[in-house]
Every structure is written in structure tokens, then in C-alpha cells.
Design a protein around this ligand. Structure first.
Ligand code: PLP
Length: 368
């Protein structure tokens, strides 16, 4: 029935991306129990694959049940307690979301702001660390999906380490599209989502935590305020104990296992190159059509391109025509650029030359 009602789309928005057909097939695998030895074995393999993709040896590497926001919330509720202090870099909608999530823990949030479309200046993060004693954590978004900016991490990671703070990174749109070198960048907690560059449906949040993060978790004075996202319990299901915490979303775990397998089979370097080549081709094509790109040229993501809507062109009219006449979905703007930019994703399986040409051709027809 659903097949008749739901059309086939080409997903070129900010996520979800096109799901890889092999991932969809894996999701049709019969269910087994969430404590079945075969399933537990597959979980171990998933953890191993995640470590490769996150470029880390962190023992605590798993997938939280829930979308990317569940990963964000997991990181903040486990890292922070009332009275703690956290520095957050903000240059778009997902940095703003971090502030909201972090402030609900009762921690004091020190905001380091940059104009939308630019990166957060690492020097300003250092200033914030200098002027506020005992900062427990520093957090930034690696790939700001609302603007299409790639935030450099290494320098901020060094500053966090120098001041004894944990470094927390949102890699929802970056993981699988550009390198996320967790260990090299000194990241202590990093979370992602399945529906962007991993080409699986939304539903899990892969995440990794350094031994330093786990030590900080041990030193907490109070229990983690969220029962569902409490890593001290969730890690016992993913670890040797196999302690029942909540029923794992089995089908989504099949999807993630398959998606990671496909990514590693293609090879991380090839995957990054594919995203880069297609992203730059799309950006060059848009500029050749006379459109202006929004994100700072020096820090543009290849997998998510934001472009100013030309004067006199109506946002929703164009997006509706793309959807209805060409079956292509792109995204509108968020927050302060709502109605003023489009966001075009070439995420994961959607990052194909065919899609670049299709979109440029369709957009040219509509805007002509
Ligand atoms: N962080 C970033 C950078 C995102 O792009 C998104 C979603 O687009 C999220 C967090 C939230 O993820 P989700 O919508 O899967 O909860």
C-alpha cells in the first residue's frame, strides 16, 4: 500500500539523504532478539566499524537510540551537572540548539558567537577559557548544517586540553562526508546521525567517548538526569555485561551495520574524495548560473551547499516545482536565513555526479 502512496524522491536536502538500496535490503532481515548472540556479535562488529569511521580506539563507541538530537543530549547530560561551566561556539542553528540543550542541565553556558555563514574563531574560544575559571567542557558543531560551514577542530581541541576541559563535537552532518579524526583532534565526545552521510534512515546516533570523558563520568556527584540517555547504564548493554537497559531498535541496527560496511568497503579516502568532487562541481555549477553561495568560501562544506535565493524568486515556489516536476527535494533556510537561502545536500549515497547534473539542469529550467 505504502508503495502506491509514497513516491520515489531524490533527496538533496540537508537530510535525510537517499538511503542506500543495500541498507534498505538489510532492514528487511527478519528480527532476532536484542540479546540473541548473533545480534550481539553484529553489535560488536558495528562498534568496530564505528571506531574506524570516527578514527579512534575509544572503547566506549556505540549508537544511541534516537536521532542526532539524542546524541547531542546524551553528550551534554552525561558531561554536565548543575553548576558546571561550558563554553559553546555558535555560528548557526545547531550551535543554538546546543545552548538550549546544555542550559537545561543547569550548567552555566558561556556563548562564543560568530556571524552565521562564518566559522567560530578559535582565538575567541581561548579567550573564553582564559577569562572563566574551571570550564568543564567546550562544544562546537563540526559541520553547521544551517549554513554549510565546516568548523576547523584541531586548534579548539588543543585549547580545551590546555585548560583541562572536555572537547565535545557535533558530527551529525560531517561523519562519512569529511574526515572526523576524533583522536587526532583531541575530541572527548562526538555524536552523529544515521540519515546524513551514512545513507541510512534517521533513528540512531553513533557516538564515541574518550577514556577522559569516562573518567569525568565516574567523578559525577549526581546521577545523569536522563534515565534513557545515561551512559553509565547504556554502556553496560554495549559492553561485556550485556545488561538489559532498553530494547535496541534491531532493524535500525541492521541498517547502521550495513551502512558502515558499505562505507568502509568504498574506503574512507574514496568516500571523502567523492563528496569533495561532487560538492565542488555543484558549487561551480551554481556560480556559473549566476547564483551566490552563502557560506564563507574558505570554510565551505562539500556535502552541504547553501546558496542565496536570487532577488524576486519565491523560495517555496521553486522548491515545490523541484519536488513535483522533478522529484527532487532540497532544503529551505533555517533561523535568520529562513526564506533567503536554499540548502542543497549531497550527503552519502546522494553524493553522485548524476544528482549534481540533474539538480543543476532542473534549477536552470525553473529559474530561466
Ligand atoms: N546537529 C546537526 C549539525 C544537524 O544537522 C542536525 C540535524 O539536521 C542535528 C544536530 C539534529 O539531528 P536530528 O534531526 O537527527 O535529531
Amino acid at each position: 500500500m505504502n508503495e502506491k502512496r509514497i513516491p520515489q524522491r531524490i533527496l538533496l536536502g540537508p537530510g535525510p539523504s537517499d538511503c542506500h538500496p543495500e541498507v534498505l535490503k538489510a532492514m528487511a532481515t527478519p528480527l532476532v532478539g536484542h540479546l540473541d548472540p548473533v545480534f550481539l556479535e553484529q553489535m560488536n562488529e558495528t562498534m568496530q566499524r564505528l571506531r574506524q569511521v570516527f578514527q579512534t580506539r575509544n572503547p566506549l563507541t556505540l549508537a544511541m537510540s534516537g536521532t542526532g538530537s539524542a546524541g547531542m543530549e546524551t553528550v551534554f547530560v552525561n558531561a554536565l551537572e548543575p553548576g558546571d561551566r561550558v563554553v559553546i561556539g555558535i555560528c548557526g542553528a545547531f550551535g543554538e540548539r546546543m545552548v538550549d540543550v546544555a542550559s537545561r542541565t543547569g550548567a552555566e553556558v558561556i556563548q562564543v558567537r560568530a556571524p552565521w555563514g562564518k566559522i567560530v574563531d578559535p582565538g575567541q574560544i581561548q579567550e573564553a577559557l582564559k577569562s572563566h575559571p574551571r570550564v568543564k567542557a567546550v562544544a562546537v558543531v563540526h559541520a553547521e548544517t544551517s549554513t554549510g560551514v565546516l568548523q576547523p577542530l584541531e586548534e579548539i581541541g588543543r585549547f580545551a586540553q590546555n585548560y583541562g576541559a572536555l572537547f565535545l563535537v557535533d558530527a551529525v552532518t560531517s561523519l562519512g562526508g569529511v574526515p572526523v579524526p576524533v583522536e587526532e583532534a583531541g575530541i572527548d565526545a562526538c555524536y552523529s546521525g544515521t540519515q546524513k552521510c551514512l545513507s541510512a534512515p534517521p533513528g540512531l546516533s553513533p557516538a564515541t567517548f574518550s577514556p577522559r570523558f569516562e573518567e569525568a563520568l565516574e567523578r559525577r556527584k549526581r546521577k545523569v538526569q536522563s534515565w534513557y540517555l545515561d551512559l553509565t547504564m547504556v554502556r553496560q548493554y554495549w559492553g561485556m555485561e550485556r545488561f538489559y537497559h532498553h530494547t535496541a531498535p534491531i532493524t535500525m541496527m541492521y541498517a547502521l551495520h550495513e551502512a558502515l560496511g558499505l562505507l568502509l568497503e568504498e574506503g574512507l579516502d574514496s568516500v571523502f574524495r567523492r563528496h569533495l568532487v561532487n560538492g565542488r562541481a555543484l558549487q561551480a555549477g551554481l556560480e556559473a548560473m549566476g547564483l551566490k553561495l552563502y557560506a564563507d568560501e574558505r570554510h565551505r562544506l562539500p556535502q552541504l551547499t547553501s546558496v542565496w535565493i536570487p532577488d524576486g524568486v519565491e523560495d517555496t515556489l521553486v522548491r515545490n516545482r523541484l519536488l513535483n516536476e522533478y522529484g527532487i527535494e532540497i532544503g529551505g533556510g533555517l533561523g535568520e536565513v529562513k526564506g533567503r537561502v536554499w540548502r542543497i545536500g549531497l550527503l552519502g549515497h546522494s553524493s553522485r555526479r548524476r544528482n549534481v547534473l540533474l539538480l543543476l539542469g532542473a534549477l536552470e529550467q525553473i529559474l530561466r
